[in-house]
Design a protein around this ligand. Structure first.
Ligand code: PGA
Length: 255
């Protein structure tokens, strides 16, 4: 199980330290890790290395991923960060295609596919976000949207596999109408996504599904089903260390 905190454009050094202090000194992280549960934190670029050092100094076994990266390899792309730079900072993976990237920064399904190829060749684990808007759900277009967003990426993943790259890919189903709204999808919707991926792209594709969108300690238990979901991508609730502990206690029990 992968439990990912997407901090978005939040959390300064002081806030990161306070967050980790709230989780530190707890043996339970090792117990949860031994059960196959991992907490992965996604800070903004400038804090990737700082966060790694801070986790190490508190003996906290958390993974670190970036929230985005550039589709190009290197060169004259002012303001961008490359896959090689993330690797250099010991980052293990990267969120790609988040709906906020699509909505505010013009990322297309094509760009997301390019980025996934780039991430895989650099040895980064991609977590690819997809999901429909409210309007797309109301007009009954969900399956078409999911296929359109996942299809080009899955093609690239297959190509990388043919080239010998065996890094797993995670898919974060994040309906746009559920992000930051307090509304979540239900288990029936999540099951429909899982079976759509299975039917359309095969079992290998459906084997790394996460859910994101207003997950918190109250909603999380009702959303989880073993075999269907392999983790969660959490924004607002995981800005707070106490909430992280509450969600973990709910799902995995207090060791
Ligand atoms: P939320 O954000 O948990 O605040 O809804 C999730 C996300 O955007 O990844």
């Amino acid at each position: 199980m992968l439990m990912i905190a997407n901090w978005k454009m939040n959390m300064t050094k002081g806030e990161i330290s306070a967050f980790l202090d709230c989780l530190a000194g707890e043996d339970r992280w090792r117990v949860w890790r031994d059960k196959g549960v991992r907490l992965v934190l996604c800070p903004s670029y400038p804090y990737l290395e700082f966060l790694g050092d801070q986790c190490k100094s508190r003996n906290l076994p958390f993974g670190i991923m970036a929230q985005n990266m550039c589709a190009f390899e290197k060169g004259a792309y002012t303001g961008e960060v490359s896959a090689a730079m993330l690797k250099d900072l010991a980052v293990e993976g990267v969120l790609l295609g988040h709906s906020e990237r699509r909505q505010y920064f013009g990322e297309t399904d094509g760009t997301v596919a390019e980025k996934v190829t780039r991430a895989l060749s650099a040895g980064l684990l991609p977590v690819v976000c997809f999901g429909e808007t409210r309007q797309e759900r109301e007009s009954g277009n969900c399956q078409t949207v999911w296929s359109r967003q996942v299809g080009p990426v899955w093609e690239r993943v297959q190509k990388s596999r043919e080239a010998g790259i065996r890094i797993p890919v995670y898919w974060a189903y994040e309906p746009v109408w559920a992000i930051g709204t307090g509304q979540t999808a239900g288990l029936p919707e999540i099951r429909e996504v899982s079976s759509h991926l299975l039917k359309t792209f095969g079992p290998d594709c459906a084997s790394g599904l996460l859910y994101g969108g207003s997950v918190n300690d109250e909603s999380v238990s009702g959303l989880f089903e073993k075999g269907t979901l392999h983790g969660f991508l959490v924004g607002t609730a995981f800005l707070d260390g106490g909430n992280v502990l509450r969600v973990f206690d709910r799902l995995f029990g207090r060791p």
